[in-house]
Design a protein around this ligand. Sequence first.
Ligand SMILES: Cc1cc2nc3c(=O)[nH]c(=O)nc-3n(C[C@H](O)[C@H](O)[C@H](O)COP(=O)(O)O)c2cc1C
Length: 175
Amino acid sequence: MSESFRSMLRALPDFPADLPVFDPASAPQDPAELFRSWLDEALAAGVPQPHSFSLATVGADGMPSSRMLILKNLDAEGWHFATSLASRKGRELTQHPLAAMNFFWSALGRQVRVVGPVVELSAEASAADWSERPSTDGTPNPTWQLYALRPVEVEFWQADPGRKHVRHRYSIPAG
Ligand SMILES: Cc1cc2nc3c(=O)[nH]c(=O)nc-3n(C[C@H](O)[C@H](O)[C@H](O)COP(=O)(O)O)c2cc1C
């Protein structure tokens, strides 16, 4: 049973053969600009929910946890996401305001990793985000919190059919 499972996993297809070519030498200085163009290309390629990412946080005991979220914005404050302050990740961010994001677009063989401190955005911005959710019924949610991750590191990874995978890393001084 476990041997056939192992074989089944081994036989699963890898990335598609016709992947984009990424040349870090022509990448923009600003990782947010490169992210926007990769997101546009993921949308054009029909990737479902290309704005979803996994967010990893750390508990008081050092135990990591991760889950999928939706990117809400990208601006001078950072990479925005929202959740309940009362959730596990909300409590973990209150204790350890540090997180790691991971975007993955399989059809394009691309991954983007973002790491940095997380700040809470204003109550007004959080309320506006809550009220704009598609499932809203108009009831306010005081536990809803909009956050911004301020990257200290952003890494773009492009798979290559010849396995010469390309990594392009930005280090940004915390400030
Ligand atoms: C694609 C996708 C997007 C999601 N987006 C959000 C989101 O933006 N905010 C949120 O609180 N939960 C979102 N969730 C649910 C979270 O993954 C998670 O289950 C929930 O927030 C509780 O996480 P926690 O117990 O680790 O705090 C999303 C789930 C999926 C699969």
